[in-house]
Design a protein around this ligand. Structure first.
Ligand SMILES: Nc1nc2c(c(=O)[nH]1)N(C=O)[C@@H](CNc1ccc(C(=O)N[C@@H](CCC(=O)O)C(=O)O)cc1)CN2
Ligand SMILES: Nc1ncnc2c1ncn2[C@@H]1O[C@H](COP(=O)(O)OP(=O)(O)OP(=O)(O)O)[C@@H](O)[C@H]1O
Length: 293
């Protein structure tokens, strides 16, 4: 598990066209200022009785219906994660990380974007994966095993996040969301490299999320950070004619939900495979080609 003290010391709903336009339209200042309460409101909404008028609006507005379905599922999975037996949790953390660490698609990756797991959010632990990557410095040692690691840094409340390169967990500080992220400058006072400015492509994204299905749908925490970032990276990949990175989400067993339970919009980016305690579940053609299962 990552220690804060150490770091501080150191079912596609085919929505109507107008619905898609609604979610893809540029964010306004209003949506930015509303954001801090949006996550909290989602929680409240999912726990409270909604007035008749609101339910009616949901019925007529496909986007409202999707967001409502997402809120309900987030709330259900948060509860499941909260009730998970701690022994089982650590067994699953160990199993998932071993599966990733031993996988050929992990071992052959030279450049990886991964999340720094937060115990408070009850995310699948990534500390062993992160330590393994950082223990093989990119600038020295066995050339075959050199790997670069990029981790998220939240930029604003408008769904913008960057992926910055770190070379040590000492590069991390606790942010306002209580998640470890890279400080603006490294210990030499230099800026961390932004993955969108890197000269080489990323091979692998290790993704967090609240729920996943076996068709590759992913439900995040409602900030839209990953979806927006993944879209940006897909554009870069196209521009540079690079191969798309593999998107692998780490999932406890309780986070794998039945097909159709995850409502998605055109902004949601799907995953290629799930790494679960029972093994890797390959989903996309890219995952099948690489015999990930
Ligand atoms: N480890 C990790 N880092 C990450 C993400 C992530 O999901 N996991 N993010 C991916 O986007 C970004 C940060 N986004 C976040 C979005 C919501 C919450 C959060 O605390 N959500 C609470 C609900 C808060 C509320 O209701 O007010 C929760 O889910 O319980 C945290 C980070 C970037 N870094
Ligand atoms: N590519 C995008 N461009 C602009 N806004 C986006 C984009 N992707 C998502 N959003 C917005 O972010 C908000 C949250 O989206 P959603 O509920 O799908 O997030 P999530 O998948 O749970 O979160 P995350 O992607 O961080 O894991 C929505 O208001 C959505 O319109």
């Amino acid at each position: 598990m990552f220690s804060h003290s150490r770091a501080s010391a150191s079912g596609l709903i085919n929505g109507a066209k107008e619905a898609v336009a609604l979610i893809t339209k540029p964010r306004t200042l209003a949506s930015r200022t509303l954001f801090p309460s949006r996550l909290a409101n989602e929680r409240l909404a999912s726990h409270s009785h909604r007035p008749y008028a609101t339910m009616n609006r949901d019925d007529n507005d496909p986007i409202e219906a999707i967001f409502r379905q997402k809120r309900l599922l987030r709330s259900r999975i948060r509860k499941e994660l909260k009730n998970m037996d701690p022994v089982r949790r650590s067994e699953e953390d160990a199993a998932i990380q071993s599966i990733v660490l031993n996988a050929p698609w992990f071992q052959s990756s030279k450049s990886i974007c991964a999340y720094i797991s937060s115990p408070a959010l009850r995310e699948v632990d990534t500390s062993r994966i992160v330590s393994e990557i950082l223990s093989k410095p990119a600038n020295e040692g066995d050339v075959q095993n050199r790997k670069k690691l990029y981790v998220p840094r939240v930029e604003d409340r408008n769904s913008n996040m960057r992926m910055l390169r770190i070379s040590s967990v000492d590069d991390l500080i606790v942010n306002s969301m209580d998640i470890l992220e890279p400080a603006l400058l490294d210990s030499d006072g230099k800026q961390h490299e932004d993955v969108l400015e890197a000269s080489d492509p990323v091979d692998l994204f290790i993704l967090p999320g609240l729920a996943f299905d076996r068709c590759g749908r992913r439900l995040g925490r409602g900030g839209g950070y990953y979806d927006l970032f993944l879209k940006k990276y897909q554009e870069l990949t196209k521009q540079r004619q690079w191969k798309e990175p593999l998107r692998v989400a780490l999932s406890y067993s309780v986070q794998i939900v039945e097909e159709g339970a995850i409502a998605v919009t055109s902004n949601d980016v799907s995953v290629d495979a799930l790494a679960s305690p029972a093994g890797v579940i390959p989903i996309s053609p890219a995952a099948q080609e690489r015999s990930m299962g």
